[in-house]
Ligand binder design. Structure first.
Ligand code: FAD
Ligand code: EPU
Length: 338
């Protein structure tokens, strides 16, 4: 078990900065090295977890099993047409670095997703999204190793069953496949998706035309102002998903709370801004010991220093209860709780 470490600190491997340990910790940077780890059969004797950058997890206790940490690198162009390119990216590549690579090649499709922390391999798992785009719009194929059979399986876009902050990898296939690479189709024609949030205003302030680079820069500026930097204040981005409710229920609630923020997503469904629900319930800035609700963005829970994962989880449960009581809406964590 030469490259499998024991009793390993995860403090630098989760953006909440929780001081928890893993019983076993192993890094792989290729399918070969992954198979070497799996040869030990440790994953059959112990529970296991696939870890990217730990920017969407909450460790509520020491991890009594094997952490498999993905470091598969590489960006490789597979096809180059008049209209677009097909590019294959190693699952351990830092997502933001891939976005910056795409922008430097004057390609379009992921520029609105700049500065999202994490790895390329985790991007399909919850179908990362921001500023009017989701990664499902550019994913062509996902390649993954099935742990039970150690065979490689290719998932096309449809097989991934992408939805808002969800995919088959988070549902029925959870913890069964290790994503090793992802293929993206990026356009040579700029999408220039600027209607969401403050992008247009930011471009105006910067006196720039819309293009993939200026949009990425605008998104980076907006995000840096709105969201806490995990290096400074531990957090995992939005702790909860925005709940999707019946439009009838939303309209009823609007009578009592005219300011409530919601987005129509189909004829009968409305997505409600959970940040607004928490904020309007008076919980923005609420703090219990070192666990808190961020003072500028109520959807983000933060670790002010030495919070344990259990304390953050207790705070999350308290918020869920208060939201249910006040609005009759159930909110669910987006973050993976371990
Ligand atoms: P991890 O946290 O390590 O893992 C997340 C999940 O994916 C786990 O279930 C893990 O088992 C699984 N997983 C990871 N790698 C693999 C693999 N190779 N194969 C199979 N399963 C795997 N998310 C958004 O969608 N939009 C945002 O705007 C956004 N903003 C954020 C801002 C901040 C400040 C932070 C801290 C987080 C934000 N997030 C956002 C959440 C996070 O960035 C994403 O969920 C990201 O994709 C997580 O990547 P990761 O490598 O850190 O995954
Ligand atoms: N709002 C408040 N008070 C708050 C926070 C938000 O009133 O404390 C209101 C805002 O004024 C706005 C609405 O709620 O009207 C939505 O807020 P925002 O635009 O900040 O977006 P969000 O819904 O809180 C979502 C994603 C983010 C993503 C942004 C930008 C989810 C769960 N979160 O946040 O993703 O970056 O939109 O597209 O869908 C993440 O998933 O970790 C994440 C950060």
């Amino acid at each position: 078990m030469s490259n499998i470490q024991e009793n390993y600190s995860l403090k630098n491997y989760n953006t909440f900065g929780i001081a928890a340990k893993a019983k076993y910790f192993a890094i792989f940077d290729s399918i070969l090295s992954l198979k070497e780890i799996l040869k030990t059969n440790l994953h059959q004797q112990e529970k296991f977890f696939i870890l990217g950058s730990g920017s969407n997890i909450l460790l509520t206790q020491d991890y009594n099993g094997l952490i498999l940490h993905n470091k598969i690198e590489g960006i490789c162009i597979l096809e180059d047409n008049d209209n677009d390119i097909l590019v294959e990216v190693g699952a351990g590549v830092v997502w933001h670095n891939f976005v910056m690579w795409s922008v430097s090649q004057e390609l379009s499709g992921i520029e609105n997703l700049a500065l999202i922390p994490g790895t390329v391999g985790a991007s399909p798992v919850q179908n990362i999204g921001a500023y009017g785009l989701e990664v499902k719009d550019t994913i062509h194929k996902v390649t993954a190793l099935e742990i039970a059979t150690q065979k490689i399986k290719i998932f096309n876009n449809k097989d991934c069953k992408f939805a808002y902050r969800n995919s088959t990898f988070k549902e029925e296939l959870k913890n069964q496949f290790i994503i090793t690479k992802v293929e993206f189709r990026l356009s040579k024609t700029p999408l220039n998706k600027t209607t969401y949030g403050a992008i247009e205003q930011e471009l105006k302030n910067n006196n720039t035309e819309a293009n993939p680079k200026s949009i990425a820069e605008a998104v980076i500026n907006i995000r840096s102002r709105k969201l806490p930097d995990p290096k400074v204040l531990g957090n995992s981005g939005s702790f909860f998903k925005n709940p999707i409710i019946e439009t009838n229920q939303f309209e009823e609630l609007k009578k009592e709370f005219p300011e409530m923020v919601g987005y129509t997503i189909s004829e009968s469904k409305t997505k409600v801004a959970a940040g607004w629900l928490i904020d309007n319930a008076g919980l923005k800035g609420y703090q219990k010991a070192d666990a808190g609700v961020h003072k500028n963005q109520a959807l983000v829970l933060v670790n002010y220093g030495n919070a344990s994962g259990a304390e953050i989880l207790n705070l999350a449960k308290e918020i869920e209860e208060k939201i249910k009581e006040k609005y009759g809406i159930s909110i669910e964590p987006e973050v993976n709780i371990l």
